[in-house]
Ligand binder design. Structure first.
Ligand SMILES: O=C(O)C1=C[C@@H](OP(=O)(O)O)[C@@H](O)[C@H](O)C1
Ligand SMILES: C=C(OP(=O)(O)O)C(=O)O
Length: 428
């Protein structure tokens, strides 16, 4: 499908800092007695929630010119918060802090917005309960989450779903548990917690799909450099690949293998992509250049690649629609438990452009778009940042001005998205 656009997107850009890494850096610096710094963090609604909560626990956090300074009295001296801890729209804040607060033995109640209120939390309270944590949930499953102090024992846990949030919550609790905590994954989920715990001086062992950690270790302060977020870069990568004349260079972005599944997909699609790693110490970092390609083919994704691109699937549906034959996503049922049911949202909203889908319980087939015909110009963003940015990319590629009910949730992960699009936009 040729795009109807009269402009292209060119130039170099840095996307905002990685959301997963920023959350973890704020949490781990708050456990390490002394002063740590976080350079180029993501400054967005979700990371603000984590920062606010760490402050409520007695940590001093200041932010000046793209550098956060965290001064902590140490894990044992964090205090019981006076108020409810509000996690907003952030699943990562909510789930990781369940493990951390249970480990710290802090009495607290956490709740978030209306989307967090219907995201399952029993996947975390289950294993934490096995460790001895006292956590109660509404209807046994949802926030508000009430955590009471208690002694924890280490467990050996087989993860039923690929989830870095569950794995990280168990590892955080394991830091304070008696004995060795062992987590086995079926598919490898993002490993930022493991990498960063090592950087903060924790002895943690990673062997294939198994992570082991001895309780009773303390963290030492350090300086963290946050690379750009490949999940944010994904929107620009897809835009460049599908709009004629485009050529975008994204600099200093995370190339962590457990996050970089989208690069494999671009290669599978015969997209024009160049990747140049500039550092592989700790978190891999580098540059990604994507040019428009006339000859995108298709992709078939299932199994272990899914956790490596889980948040990119909405925008990959757009890429698939510009391929020469149908593309397939399977084993992605987890998308139904994100900020909204993302499989439903992708199919319902992209169908309004005339894109044809076949839906499965755990994925979809997206057919190549042959003609863009808007059946409805009123789009729903479901207050989900990834769905809204997906729609904006599709709208641009289609050369249509679309109405999205409420685009404000972009600020959950990429507050400057519209400005970055403006900066890259050129007349053709
Ligand atoms: O640990 C993290 O930082 C995240 C893990 C993923 O969720 P799951 O753990 O539910 O797969 C991902 O979708 C989310 O955006 C961030
Ligand atoms: C699912 C996401 O985040 P969280 O789980 O932290 O809300 C996301 O950023 O796409």
């Amino acid at each position: 499908m040729k795009s109807l656009l009269n402009h292209k997107f060119t130039g170099s850009i840095k996307v905002p800092g990685d959301k997963s890494i920023t959350h973890r850096a704020l949490m781990m610096s708050s456990l390490a007695e002394g002063t740590s710094t976080i350079k180029s963090p993501l400054e967005s609604d979700d990371t603000f929630r984590t920062s606010e909560i760490m402050s409520q626990l007695g940590v001093s956090i200041t932010n000046e010119a793209g550098m956060i300074t965290v001064t902590s009295p140490g894990a044992e001296n964090l205090k019981t918060p006076g108020d409810i801890l509000y996690t907003g729209n952030s699943g990562t804040t909510t789930r990781l802090l369940m493990g951390l607060l249970a480990g710290l033995g802090i009495n607290a109640t956490m709740e978030g917005d209306s989307s967090i209120a219907i995201r399952p939390m029993d996947r975390v309270s289950g294993p934490l309960g096995e460790m001895g944590a006292d956590i109660s949930l509404k209807d046994g499953k949802y926030p508000p989450i009430k955590i009471k102090p208690g002694m924890l024992n280490a467990i050996e846990y087989n993860m039923p779903v690929a989830s870095a949030q569950v794995k990280s919550a168990i590892l955080f609790a394991g830091l304070f548990a008696d004995g060795e905590t062992i987590v086995h994954e079926q598919f490898k989920s993002r490993d930022h917690t493991e990498t960063m715990l090592k950087q903060f001086g924790v002895d943690i062992m990673v062997e294939g799909l198994t992570v082991k950690l001895q309780g009773g270790q303390s963290l030492k302060p350090r300086d963290v450099l946050v690379p750009g977020d490949i999940s944010s870069a994904a929107f620009l990568m897809v835009l460049a690949a599908i709009t004629e004349g485009s050529d975008i260079l994204i600099e200093d972005v995370s190339l962590n293998e457990t996050r970089a599944g989208i690069i494999d997909v671009f290669r599978q699609m015969n997209a024009d992509i160049e990747v140049n790693k500039t550092s592989s110490e700790g978190e891999a970092i580098g540059n990604i250049r994507v040019k428009h390609s006339e000859n995108l083919s298709s992709f078939e994704l299932s199994g272990d690649i899914i956790p490596r691109l889980i948040d990119e699937i909405p925008v990959l549906a757009v890429l698939g629609a510009f391929g020469s034959s149908p593309s397939v996503i399977k084993d992605a049922k987890e998308l139904r438990f994100k900020e909204t049911d993302r499989l439903r949202a992708v199919i319902d909203e992209l169908s309004k452009f005339g894109i044809r889908f076949e839906e499965f319980d755990d994925g979809f087939i997206v057919h190549p778009i042959t003609e863009i015909k808007l059946t409805d110009n009123d789009f729903k963003g479901y207050h989900d940042h990834r769905i809204i940015m997906m729609l904006l990319v599709m709208g641009i590629a289609a050369g249509k001005d679309i109405n999205i009910d409420d685009p404000s949730a972009i600020s959950v992960s990429y507050p400057g998205f519209l400005e970055d699009l403006e900066q890259l936009k050129q007349a053709r």
